[in-house]
Design a protein around this ligand. Structure first.
Ligand code: NDP
Ligand code: MG
Length: 391
């Protein structure tokens, strides 16, 4: 029996993780659930899954959760960001699902890795901000990082494994697939007027609002480009982005002999989550089986970087170095939040990011605290760019 902490349990990754875990009560115990402000949702989850501990980062929400659960609940309620680190490193937790959205997940994700946990990584922003530090910490602690982002999970499935982990011998390139998002076929002039709800209406996946907007701008593929480079220690030239609107092939690994291995499944996050929970065994996920005979034809096309400049911005940031990756992520978070609040147009998102990158100096932070300082500075720069736009 292995015990699991789900960081970001009240979100979309949390929901899918709980769905898989609930199918295997004989193998996994749900030890901890965390969220930020969603007290009502957390109260429901606590009643259903009876975790030993529930954390809400927001103190007022944690108070409300305690009231909702009443005094007879066996779940201990904690508040604050320090509590996230505490549960991510707790001795009685084996597996940590890193499912918090954005830079807010960095400290707890890093803490889990440094504590040697098996970390099921959805929080790609943590890798974009501090990939080198996270992987170095994993090497020291012996932590096992298994990506549950569907594309990186597909790569993990298609790569050769040896006793020491992934062995890249013979691997030539990666084909990183992406659906192209809801505006794949929109003309450039219509993109300025799209609404947050349209951007969040993804054709293939139901996800949180931030990653949905990232998918619509293609920044999600940009973040994954950086994520892939760090996770598998690949040079940027070894990674090619391919648009695949049906989201059936979740990425491919090309070998020296010309073989290409692809992982396929219905687009359902329970598949990569079940793979990572069971690894190296296979366990059921609850996802519908893939029926290729009932499936529309699989197509592949190159990304259009004129209509969607975010991918090129991410590639440039990776080339420029760690300070620029931190700034890219921070500026994107600020710009996406402003778009979701209807303060800027969809097409202003890459403009804000480009402006912040132009003002960023090279940096190679040697601690998570230094990363967070650079992140704060870049958020400040992004905010001044928004102020110049009159926001
Ligand atoms: P959601 O918005 O659905 O959920 C986010 C979770 O993070 C919630 O539990 C939320 O709590 C919590 N959270 C938000 N802000 C904070 C904070 N400041 N401190 C602590 N916790 C916080 O996001 P998703 O589940 O869609 O995405 C989570 C991560 O997984 C992202 O990095 C995303 O890129 C990645 N991912 C997601 C996929 C998906 O299918 N959803 C696919 C691949 C990757 P609360 O509810 O209380 O706000
Ligand atoms: Mg993905």
């Amino acid at each position: 029996m292995r015990s699991v902490a789900i960081l970001g349990a009240t979100g979309s990754i949390g929901e899918n993780s709980l769905a898989v875990l609930s199918r295997h009560p004989d193998q996994f115990r749900i030890e901890t659930l965390t969220g930020s402000t969603s007290a009502d949702r957390m109260a429901l989850l606590c009643r259903e899954h009876q975790p030993a501990t529930a954390v809400l980062a927001d103190a007022a929400a944690a108070n409300r959760l305690q009231t909702l659960l009443g005094t007879h609940s066996t779940t201990r309620v904690l508040a604050g960001t320090e509590a996230l680190v505490e549960v991510a490193t707790a001795a009685d937790t084996d597996i940590v699902v890193a499912g918090i959205v954005g830079g807010a997940g960095l400290e707890s994700t890093y803490a889990a890795v440094a504590a040697g946990k098996t970390v099921l990584l959805a929080n790609k922003e943590a890798l974009v901000m501090a990939g080198r530090l996270l992987l170095a910490a994993a090497k020291t602690s012996g932590a096992h990082i298994i990506p549950i982002d569907s594309e990186q999970n597909a790569m993990h499935q298609c790569m050769p494994h040896s006793a020491g982990g992934i062995n890249l011998e013979g691997v030539q390139r990666i084909l990183l697939t992406g659906s192209g998002g809801p505006f794949l076929h929109h003309s450039e002039d219509t993109l300025a007027s799209v609404t947050p709800d349209q951007a969040c209406n993804h054709p293939r996946w139901r996800m949180g609002r931030k990653i949905s907007v990232d998918s619509a701008t293609l920044m999600n593929k940009g973040l994954e480009y950086i994520e892939t480079s760090y996770l598998f220690d690949l040079s940027p030239e070894q990674i090619e982005v391919v648009i695949h609107p049906q989201s059936i092939v979740h990425s491919m690994v090309t070998y020296l002999d010309g073989s290409v291995l692809a992982q396929m499944a219905t687009p359902d996050m329970r598949v990569p989550i079940a793979y990572a929970l069971g690894f190296p065994q296979r366990i059921t996920s609850g996802a519908d089986p893939l029926n290729l005979l009932n499936q529309e034809p699989l197509t592949f096309l190159p990304p259009d970087e004129t209509r969607f400049p975010c991918l090129a911005l991410a590639r440039a940031a990776l080339e420029q170095g760690e300070g620029h990756c931190i700034a890219l992520n921070a500026a994107n978070e600020v710009a996406v939040a402003a778009f979701l609040a209807r303060q800027i147009q969809f097409t202003a998102i890459p403009q804000v990011i480009a402006q912040v990158l132009a003002k960023t100096e090279a940096a190679k932070p040697n601690s998570i605290d230094s990363v967070l300082l650079l992140d704060q500075a870049a958020r400040g720069t992004a905010q001044s760019c928004l102020n110049q736009l009159g926001i």
